[in-house]
Design a protein around this ligand. Structure first.
Ligand code: ADP
Ligand code: MG
Length: 342
């Protein structure tokens, strides 16, 4: 690429709100075969809402967003959940705090005495002398080698934790995210949230596919929720194209595997390290702290302008307009520039 053509390209890009950081970006963009999208905050708006419906009779259980168990009222439960999440930067945490404030007028939430966030899992906090855990099913019920997981007691309607998982699955099939809440190690309820896909996501993916660019979704969320969202935005062949339940620290390895043409699983670590041949040009599009390493690993990292500073730092291109459409603009522009040169 001639320096002049590249400079012109970068200038034109900026008119579309594309902040291009380096001279080689346009050339790299031209050669991409795969684009990997983070789900939360990238394919979706990243502003989840607690879905509010009435609690009540058992027959209505399907419709409930917040189920109350035992003597605790829904308001007490929401207050504890919000207090536990108040120090978390996670969009789900912000949604719960917002919900507590707007739907229950809980304006002076107690601050937790201690607080630990487990990336990709949930948070644990001490609030008013009570132990509060909120997060996904794995966080409360899946024993891993390193942690000495405490037993979570189940409310009356469940005899087994797998029934809790079933209950969550009906919601996940609609693309909803269910978080479980345990207070003093008793499962007290669940908070169901929905993060709507961006309106342009579907057609942008469609256009990319027409350009023969493989499109994929990468997420820390559960498989069922991820597949439901994929279906909504027209991402086909979910078994291959949706990579779910990936921990933040694993995201960069997924990108590296795609670059090397290896299917990523939790077991392909050795294969990834042993293989040194890069055969695909992969772009990663993300917004979060947890995407930074993947953005850096990708041949091209594209950050959402409203994303976190660390993602913006790690990326080669920033979408200042907060609209996925301009990924297509970037590709068109790179094509024009490249053809001017050769
Ligand atoms: P993504 O990759 O989609 O941005 P994350 O890795 O941030 O997702 O989170 C994955 C899952 O971990 C969430 O869907 C949620 O179940 C759980 N989780 C992470 N952080 C929190 C939190 N602060 N509170 C509750 N659950 C959380
Ligand atoms: Mg995200």
């Amino acid at each position: 690429a001639t320096p002049t053509a590249v400079m012109v390209g970068i200038g034109v890009a900026s008119k579309y709100g594309l902040l291009v950081k380096g001279g080689d970006v346009l050339e790299v963009a031209h050669g991409l075969n795969t684009m990997v999208f983070d789900k939360t905050g990238t394919l979706t708006l990243g502003v989840p809402n607690v879905i509010e419906t009435e609690t009540g009779k058992k027959e209505d259980k399907e419709q409930q967003s917040v189920m109350t168990v035992g003597a605790m009222t829904k308001q007490d439960m929401v207050a504890l959940a919000a207090s536990a999440e108040i120090n978390s930067e996670h969009p789900l945490a912000k949604a719960i705090v917002q919900y507590a404030r707007t739907q229950f007028q809980l304006t002076d939430l107690s601050l937790p005495h201690s607080f630990v966030a487990l990336p990709g899992k949930g948070v644990e906090a001490q609030v008013n002398g009570r132990n509060v855990k909120i997060g996904n099913w794995a966080f409360l019920f899946e024993k891993t080698e390193e942690d000495k997981l405490v037993e979570i007691a189940l409310p009356d309607q469940f005899t087994d934790a797998s029934q809790v998982a079933d209950e969550m699955k009906t919601r996940a099939l609609r693309g909803h995210i269910t978080l479980l809440l345990a207070i003093d190690n008793v499962l007290c309820g669940m908070v169901c949230l929905f993060d709507a896909p961006r309106s342009e996501a579907k057609w942008v993916l469609e256009k990319l596919q027409q350009k023969n660019i493989a499109t994929k979704m990468l997420t820390g969320d559960g498989k069922t929720t991820a597949h439901a969202v994929a279906k909504y935005i027209g991402l086909e062949n979910a078994e291959d194209n949706v990579i779910s339940q990936v921990l933040p620290q694993e995201k960069h390895a997924v990108i590296e595997c795609l670059q090397k043409g290896i299917a990523w699983t939790k077991q392909t670590e050795k294969e990834r390290q042993g293989n040194t041949k890069y055969i695909k040009k992969v772009a990663m599009i993300g917004d979060g702290v947890n995407d930074a390493a993947a953005l850096a690993q990708a041949d091209l990292g594209i950050a959402i302008g409203k994303g976190t500073d660390i993602a913006i730092e790690a990326a080669g291109v920033i979408l200042m307009t907060d609209n996925l459409e301009h990924i297509l603009t970037l590709l068109d522009l790179s094509k024009v520039i490249i053809h001017r040169i050769w």
